[in-house]
Design a protein around this ligand. Structure first.
Ligand code: ME8
Length: 682
């Protein structure tokens, strides 16, 4: 017997090392729109999102914030969830990788891979990028990560390995046989090239930190965070549970129909994930769909660059639907797209306030005024104009569906709004207000036809747009006198279904126009948010510290900078903003080792524990301090300085000291009270 039709869609699970921004909102809104439409098309739909809570990055962020990883994850995960609720996202489940159901399922998957001979013990020696949680083929210690440019860390440990190399042929066969497995095509070509260049076995456990899921039977090891994270897609729907209802759920929903991801994590989803599933003898997802990045001032919006815009600012000023509409309409899916408050407000005013909002309020208020709030009977006689609108509506429905199904959300909305513009024009040309003034049956019949045509077109656009702007379309739907829009069967949508004589609801404006002051208010809020510690990525530990010159420039031209540039004259002095100051990561460290550097009478080589790691620091303080006396002393370290070489030794940070007199005698900064190692100064 065929399985009942189902549709399972997922977002990536987001790291809890920093708060959500509109980049995360983008992916989740896209999935929500798809899920809502699938439900309206009669599909048994399951929409999953969640948070990725393990790994070294999170452990370090928690240490930096002075709390346990679990407390830290609880706090940030709750923020994601609250934001998703405010954004009106209809997820069916929210998985957290620290939940028992996930831990159990992940361990079951690990055991399954072991039992099938795909996991063996070996030793790994190489470079690891903590920011990307990625093993990299970088040259040597401290070499930059090829993905993000941050310095990598040397890892040398006994690990469990996954036989990724054994999967090369099977993966290439999969990409060849299922061309739609990776979308869009450009991404597919990249993945194929990557796999063709050869796959090495993948280390899937770590022993040097604790914050992860223990390997079954060998708890010294925690499971590699990407294996842990990817498994969420099956553990959330019951994999690894003995409960019959969970088993049934897994059988029903797996495999996923769409894993939606940002383009930077395509490799994990298109290479590692199918390889794990093949090895575990589980069905493969039907498609991995990758979108582009939301840019702010030409660079990727990201917490580490500090150029983020928070959805809350837009929610507080315009509500969820304008942001949802903007993200789907303005960004061509698959490509990178820019965000700006000006563009958001312009789009809102043009398409929602003037476009759909105007169509809805003028049509419904005229029905209320001229027909006592009842949908009027159109006359049998149709003008060419009336016929054209009905024909356009039919074409709009079929084009919209085809475009939406091809992930062309922007085009689909453009199609639907083509009907909005045509009907607004039709109203202007047919002047119902003038018809209402004319005596006689003919004018009255004509008035009825014009308003019926406008109301029916409005109903059609409203139904199509519901998945994207659910709250406002539900309001228009009710004003049209119809019930529950989400229960409407979108497959049935066609011209002429509006019931004659339907009593319309109370007519209210749905999208009040925004003006320049809205833009200024949002810019100001972002500026305040980013200069207060509230939205600072204070918790987003810079792992290794090297920021590229480019990102420093980008941060300086981020939202706060651009807002102030417009509203304030430039100040020609050397003062820096709080933002600039917060870019410097100052930490308390404890000197563990200190020794003179041969041939350099001013330099000391120290090993300093900064809570998350021990750093080698070379400092010109040998004339002022005996090395032995420094051991055990608490010092202040600039922890995110680019490493540099002094006398052939790499210095991974700088020690803070006052500089006295003409010869600059150093005096180390310290504390009167006891302070824990790793504490952040701000
Ligand atoms: O990568 N533009 O989590 P993450 C568009 N935990 N989308 C963006 C974006 C931007 N500027 N910034 C973020 C992880 N995103 C892993 C995933 S899945 C098993 C594990 C969105 O918090 C986009 O979907 O870094 C991207 O792939 C995701 O957030 C990365 O979120």
């Amino acid at each position: 017997m065929d399985k009942p039709a189902k549709f399972y869609i997922t977002t990536p699970i987001y790291y809890v090392n920093a708060r959500p921004h509109i980049g995360h909102t983008y992916t989740t809104v896209v999935c929500d729109a798809i899920a809502r439409r699938q439900r309206m098309m009669g599909m048994d739909t399951f929409f999953l999102t969640g948070t990725d809570e393990h790994g070294q990055k999170i452990e370090r962020s928690a240490t930096a914030a002075g709390c346990s990883p679990q407390e830290f994850a609880d706090r940030i995960s709750a923020e994601f969830r609250q934001l998703w609720d405010r954004m009106n996202l209809s997820y069916d489940d929210f998985i957290r990788t620290t939940e028992p159901r996930h831990i159990r399922g992940m361990q079951a998957l690990f055991t399954r891979l072991q039992e099938r001979g795909y996991i063996y013990k070996g030793s790994y020696s190489g470079q690891y990028c903590v920011f990307d949680e990625l093993y990299v083929d970088a040259a040597g210690p401290g070499a930059p990560c090829p993905e993000c440019g941050r310095p990598t860390e040397t890892v040398q440990e006994e690990n469990y390995f996954f036989k990724l190399s054994a999967m090369e042929e099977r993966l290439l066969k999969l990409y060849a046989e299922q061309p739609d497995f990776i979308r869009p095509e450009a991404r597919r070509n990249e993945v194929v090239a990557f796999v063709r260049s050869g796959l090495r076995d993948l280390s899937v456990s770590r022993t040097t930190f604790k914050w992860g899921i223990p390997v079954p039977g060998d708890p010294k090891h925690v499971i590699y965070v990407w294996l842990d994270a990817l498994a969420n897609y099956i553990t959330a729907i019951g994999f690894g549970s003995d409960n019959p209802a969970d088993k049934k759920k897994f059988e029903h929903y797996w495999p996923a129909d769409v894993h939606m991801v940002g383009k930077e994590i395509v490799r994990f989803h298109c290479v590692y994930w199918p390889a794990f599933l093949m090895a575990a003898e589980l069905p493969l997802p039907k498609a991995i769909v990758a979108h582009g990045w939301l840019l702010f001032e030409e660079s990727k919006m990201s917490k580490s660059r500090g150029n983020i815009v928070r959805s809350e600012t837009i929610l507080d000023n315009l509500g969820a639907d304008p942001l949802r509409y903007f993200l789907l309409r303005e960004i061509v899916f698959g490509s990178d797209g820019s965000f700006s408050f000006d563009a958001l407000v312009e789009r809102f005013n043009a398409d929602l306030a003037n476009g759909l909002g105007n169509l809805s309020s003028r049509t419904l208020s005229m029905i209320s005024r001229y027909f006592e709030g009842e949908i009027p009977y159109p006359s049998q006689e149709r003008s060419a104009d009336d016929e054209a609108i009905a024909a356009l509506a039919g074409k709009t429905i079929s084009d919209f569906h085809a475009q939406f199904e091809q992930f062309q959300f922007s085009r689909a909305l453009e199609t639907a709004w083509g009907l909005v513009s045509a009907v607004n024009k039709y109203i202007v040309e047919n002047e119902p207000w003038a018809l209402a003034e004319q005596p006689g049956q003919d004018a009255r019949a004509r008035l009825a036809t014009v308003l019926y045509t406008a109301a029916e077109a409005l109903r059609i656009v409203t139904a199509l747009a519901y998945p994207v702007i659910p709250e406002s379309t539900a309001r228009i739907w009710r004003q049209l006198g119809l019930s529950d829009i989400e229960k409407f069967d979108l497959r049935q949508l066609s011209w002429g279904q509006l019931q004659l004589g339907t009593k319309i609801g109370k007519v209210e404006p749905v999208f009040p126009r925004a003006d320049k002051s809205t833009i200024e208010r949002m810019q100001q809020m972002e500026q305040e948010r980013s200069s207060s510690t509230e939205s600072k990525p204070a918790t987003d530990v810079s792992v290794g510290g090297a920021q590229t010159g480019q990102s420093a420039r980008q941060a300086a031209t981020g939202p706060a900078a651009s807002a102030s540039a417009e509203t304030k004259p430039a100040v020609a002095d050397s003062r820096i903003t709080i933002d600039d100051f917060l870019k410097v990561e100052l930490r308390v460290g404890e000197v563990k080792v200190a020794e003179k550097v041969k041939g350099a009478d001013k330099l000391l080589r120290m090993e300093v524990d900064i809570g998350t790691e021990v750093r080698q620091i070379v400092a010109g303080i040998a004339k002022a301090y005996e090395p032995e006396k420094l051991v055990g002393r608490k010092v202040v370290i600039v922890a995110n300085l680019q490493p540099r070489k002094l006398r052939g030794l790499e210095s991974q940070g700088m020690i803070v000291a006052a500089s006295l007199g003409d010869d600059g005698t150093p005096v180390l900064a310290g504390f009167l009270e006891d302070v824990p190692v790793g504490a952040k100064l701000k």
